[in-house]
Design a protein. Structure first.
Length: 287
């Protein structure tokens, strides 16, 4: 890893910790309709949270996991979400720099596109997938808590990815990636909609809407990523469901949120979908 890459990854990790602190607010407030602009306060004693008590991870450790005013416990989930976001952001930046699918030099598609254009395209793509990482964590936690995927997070994501992917292509990224993103989003949305139509109780409306977002993110990477990411969600969900039934933690009628499986499957597709697709087509002699 070069010095520049290490600095980018370190900056992304720090940014992720900060964004993770905000995600804790999103996870708690969005499902119940509390404005995000309201100052943070202890849910037990309503005392305002001071700035030094809001430092990611560090404040929780200094406070020993308790409110400074009333001593009520602060869930360990708060620093874990912050750490997870930091690790996710660092991983996304490392992947974008090191992965063949996103290598900076490959972004300048047009002959006249120089290093600056490539760097600008890279920046837009990085923001897109960092955004995806952030909403992935927030939606996973909300779906596990509430069994729903809130529209205020899912629906604006269509616009966010459309703008960022289009900007990346204007800056030099391949235009066929934008076409794949549009097709991938529409295809995965339609597939989940058909599943919901065929069995209304088996798939939630939030899953259908999230499928379009994930399909666009997968399609921008490649067809292999799209196929692997879509398949992985059902494979992981099936395995987890079987394990839960074998351990008597669920029955065939237990409602299990599918959003987390969709998110994990999508990220597997983004990270390793293209190599898996190349290996499989080579195995079949189609490459």
């Amino acid at each position: 890893m070069s010095t520049i890459t290490a600095l980018l990854v370190a900056f992304a990790a720090l940014l992720g910790l900060i964004i993770g602190s905000f995600l804790n607010v999103v996870i708690y407030r969005v499902p119940v309709g509390i404005p995000l602009t309201r100052p943070s306060q202890c849910p037990h004693c309503d005392s305002p949270v001071k700035p030094w008590q809001n430092v990611p991870v560090v404040s929780w450790l200094l406070l020993r996991g308790k409110c400074a005013n009333c001593g009520a416990p602060i869930s360990v989930r708060y620093p874990l979400v912050e750490l997870a976001t930091g690790v996710a952001f660092a991983g996304v930046v490392w992947m974008l720099v090191e992965s063949e699918a996103f290598r900076l030099a490959s972004l300048a598609q047009r002959p006249e596109a120089g290093a600056e254009v490539g760097a600008l395209a890279f920046a837009f793509i990085a923001v897109a997938y960092l955004y995806l990482a952030a909403i992935s964590i927030a939606l996973t936690m909300i779906d596990l808590d509430m069994r729903r995927l809130p529209n205020p997070i899912v629906l604006p994501s269509y616009i966010a990815l459309a703008v960022l992917f289009t900007a990346a292509c204007l800056a030099g990224a391949p235009w066929d990636a934008l076409l794949r993103a549009a097709i991938g989003g529409a295809a995965l949305f339609a597939f989940y909609w058909l599943l919901r139509f065929a069995k209304p109780g088996g798939m939630g409306g939030g899953d259908v809407k999230l499928a379009g977002v994930l399909g666009a993110a997968l399609g921008f990477v490649g067809w292999g990523a799209l196929i692997v990411g879509a398949f992985a969600a059902f494979l992981i969900g099936g395995v987890v469901g079987i394990v839960m039934m074998l351990t008597r933690r669920a029955t065939r009628k237990t409602a299990i949120p599918f959003g987390p499986f969709m998110v994990v499957g999508a990220w597997l597709g983004i990270v390793i979908g293209e190599p898996i697709a190349r290996w499989y087509t080579g195995l079949l002699g189609l490459a």
